[in-house]
Structures are given as structure tokens and as C-alpha cells.
Design a protein around this ligand. Structure first.
Ligand code: C5P
Length: 306
């Protein structure tokens, strides 16, 4: 008999670099990105059940769908279909990653559900098989499985591990209310159309200086090379984000960035103490909602109790 209850944790992500190519015929955009996992985790507790059901608690729980739109539910169905098992599961999601915040919370739920169901149902899939299922569920799901720091290409699902020295200290400023990822990509397309396409990188690439900074463990150099092509689009849809970013920079953050499609913003601190100062300063400035501190790189989806 195997476990009848499995708990899996999966991390939030931030894109340290996010270069976005032109819109493809399938509606997606080719990316060159550097994913970095943060120590802000979703926890999924999977227990045996007759059907696939989901319950949710924690940050933004009321915003999470409980039907087949839920990425964790879709992950369980996808794994059952792939492995040919006729099994159910109760997935209980404990959320700590902002919903629709640009930090891949839903993708972390999906990655955690894949790992949890694989353990609960004894399907014993290899890493490669889980990654293939993950890529079908969403562009960010493979990275939530992988964790650490990785270069992502394609729509973000093709990963190559990046070499990183040391640990980085981050402050996450959560906005009130989320942003829709397709809306932010759509706004970027509109901005580029207006600009006559001159800003389109046909072949997006990750800045070599950013990868060198990560290899060297140089937080200052990393802070000065953070870049996100979706940032201006997110700020157009949510102008208040500019105040949040500016406040963090004024407080001495080494770097300030919208996370993915936003609206969460992340700030790179010199060390743990500086992160605490930044968090307190941002709270005092009243330029955002909840504020979290986190470190990276963090591990990918893994069983923490069975
Ligand atoms: O893959 P995922 O379902 O997470 O993507 C959500 C949406 O984000 C897509 O429907 C698309 O509008 C946009 N997207 C994109 N290019 C990517 C990744 C996502 O345009 N590489």
C-alpha cells in the first residue's frame, strides 16, 4: 500500500529577463527568458477520492476556479489519461502565491498536482514524461516542476538550467487585483503596432551580462540587468505600478521589475537585512498591497510529506 495522502510544494517564479518576440500565428509569442524560483510556495495536499475534486484556502482563494478551469484539476485529469489510471483525487490547495499576479501560482498548483498524483497513484512517471504533460498544461508549468534558475525558450516551456552562485534576497510587492496574461501580451502587441514594429526583436535573446552576473553571484550587476519586455504593457494597464517600482528604486533596491505579466513587482535587495528595510519602506510608502520577502533560487515541485 502506498500513501493515501501526499503533500507537495511548488515555487513562485519571477522572470529576471523576459524578451518577447513577435506574435506567432498560434497566438503565442516566442520568448527568451530567465526563470528564477522564489521561496514563496503553493502547497497541494492530495488524498484519495472517487472523483477529481479541488478545495482552496489561503491568499486569493475566492478567486480560484473549482471546476475544470482549475489548472491543478486539469493536471490530475491529464496525468490519469496519460497513465491510463481510473482514479480520483482530492486536491487541497494552500495558496501563498498571488492569483493572476505574474508569478505563476496556477502553474505551481499544476506542477504540484502532477507530482502529487504521480506519487498517490503510483504511476511512476519519469521526469521527461512529467515535463511533457506540464508543457501541455501551460507555458510556465515545466519551470514550476524544474525550479532553480533556468533559461526558457519557445513559449517558455523549453528549459536549460542556468549556473547560479549564491542566494538572492527579494521583496515581492503584491498589487490589489490581478492582470490577465493575454491582456498584457495583447497590449504589448498594440504598443508595437503603434510604434511601427521597430521594437520587435525577431529573435529574442537573454542578455549575456545577466547570465554572467548570476554565475558570479554578483547581486549588484544582476540588479542593473533585470529586464522585462512586458513591463511597459503592464504599467499601461495599471499605471500605479510605476509608483511601486519607483518607490522600491528610491529605497535603494538593486533592481526593480514587474514580475512576468504583472502586476506583482519584485525588488532585489543586497542581503536579508536590506530586504527587511525595503519591505518596511514599501509598506510605509503605501504603494502596494501585501509585501513578502523571499529568496531564490528555490527548488521545484517536490514531495514534502507522504
Ligand atoms: O501558456 P499559458 O496558458 O500560460 O499562456 C497564457 C496566455 O499568455 C496565452 O494564451 C497567450 O495569450 C499568452 N502567452 C503568449 N506567449 C507566451 C506565453 C503566453 O502570448 N510565450
Amino acid at each position: 500500500m502506498g500513501p493515501s495522502r501526499v503533500t507537495v510544494r511548488a515555487p513562485a517564479k519571477v522572470n529576471l529577463a523576459l524578451a518577447v518576440g513577435p506574435r506567432r500565428p498560434d497566438g503565442y509569442h516566442d520568448l527568451a527568458t530567465v526563470f528564477h524560483a522564489l521561496s514563496l510556495y503553493e502547497e497541494v495536499v492530495a488524498t484519495t477520492a472517487d472523483d477529481v475534486v479541488v478545495t482552496v484556502e489561503g491568499l486569493g482563494a475566492e478567486l480560484v476556479p473549482l471546476d475544470d478551469d482549475n489548472l491543478a484539476v486539469r493536471a490530475a485529469h491529464a496525468l490519469a489519461a496519460y497513465a491510463g489510471v481510473d482514479a480520483g483525487v482530492h486536491l487541497h490547495l494552500r495558496k501563498s502565491i498571488p492569483v493572476a499576479g505574474g508569478m505563476a501560482g496556477g502553474s505551481a498548483d499544476a506542477a504540484a498536482a502532477l507530482v502529487a498524483c504521480d506519487a498517490l497513484w503510483h504511476t511512476g512517471l519519469g521526469r521527461g514524461e512529467l515535463e511533457t504533460l506540464a508543457a501541455r498544461l501551460g507555458s510556465d508549468v515545466p519551470f514550476a516542476l524544474h525550479g532553480g534558475t533556468a533559461v526558457g525558450t519557445g513559449r517558455g516551456e523549453r528549459l536549460t538550467p542556468a549556473l547560479v552562485s549564491g542566494t538572492y534576497h527579494w521583496v515581492v510587492a503584491v498589487a490589489d487585483g490581478g492582470l490577465s496574461t493575454p491582456d498584457v501580451y495583447g497590449e504589448l502587441d498594440r504598443m508595437r503596432d503603434r510604434d511601427g514594429g521597430s521594437v520587435d526583436p525577431d529573435c529574442p535573446a537573454v542578455p549575456p551580462r545577466l547570465l554572467a552576473a548570476l554565475r558570479a553571484g554578483d547581486a549588484e550587476a544582476l540588479g542593473s540587468t533585470l529586464a522585462n519586455d512586458l513591463q511597459d504593457a503592464a504599467c499601461r494597464l495599471r499605471p500605479g505600478l510605476r509608483d511601486t517600482l519607483e518607490a522600491g528604486s528610491d529605497l535603494g533596491a538593486l533592481g526593480a521589475l514587474v514580475s512576468g505579466s504583472g502586476p506583482s513587482c519584485v525588488f532585489l535587495a543586497r542581503d536579508a537585512e536590506h530586504a527587511l528595510d525595503l519591505a518596511l519602506g514599501l509598506a510605509t510608502a503605501e504603494v502596494c498591497g501585501d509585501i513578502h520577502r523571499a529568496t531564490g533560487p528555490a527548488p521545484g515541485a517536490r514531495v514534502v510529506a507522504a
